[in-house]
Design a protein around this ligand. Sequence first.
Ligand code: ZN
Length: 199
Amino acid sequence: MTIEPVDFARIWLWNMKLQGRMCSQVTSFDSELSALVDRMFATMTIHEGIGLAAPQIGVFQRVAIVHLPRVFDKPQKVIVNPVIISGLGKSQLVEGCLSIPGDRVNGRVKRFNAVKFSYQDVTGETHVEEVGGLEARAVQHETDHLNGLFFTDHMSMFKRKIILQNHDRAIRQKVGEDLRSYYVTKEEQEAMNGACVGS
Ligand code: ZN
């Protein structure tokens, strides 16, 4: 049996339309969800990310993935309908986001060191887990995405503005075709007029 490679999706660049957009609860644990998850892993892998949320590829459902292979020998994790139940301790660490590429677009974010959270896997089974370190940070970052929040929302207005300006500058300097191979630009998102694509 040959396994067909899964196509990656283009990542939606940050813009005001993504900001604050709530994703809907997943109720069908079907082949469509599995296909979405496969596409998310393919997308995260080519960008060498450690996490990705469905809205980052234009699918506004509560689905995220986390994978930290280079840090710990952690297996891939699909987190559907995640809910952070409680958190322990707080610290600051530098974060970035696949939807905000560029130079000097990272910044320190204060988050829980460890979290207890519930989620469903791709089959719909519910899990309650406690995770710490970078995994806890990734879970918080991806859960934020499902509520339309970016890591920049945890910063001062001043720092947020600098990061988004640096990001804008990087995007303007990119060659159009190269950019459009991997990202859905703000202009394209405007042209979609709010339509949900990517699924
Ligand atoms: Zn992100």
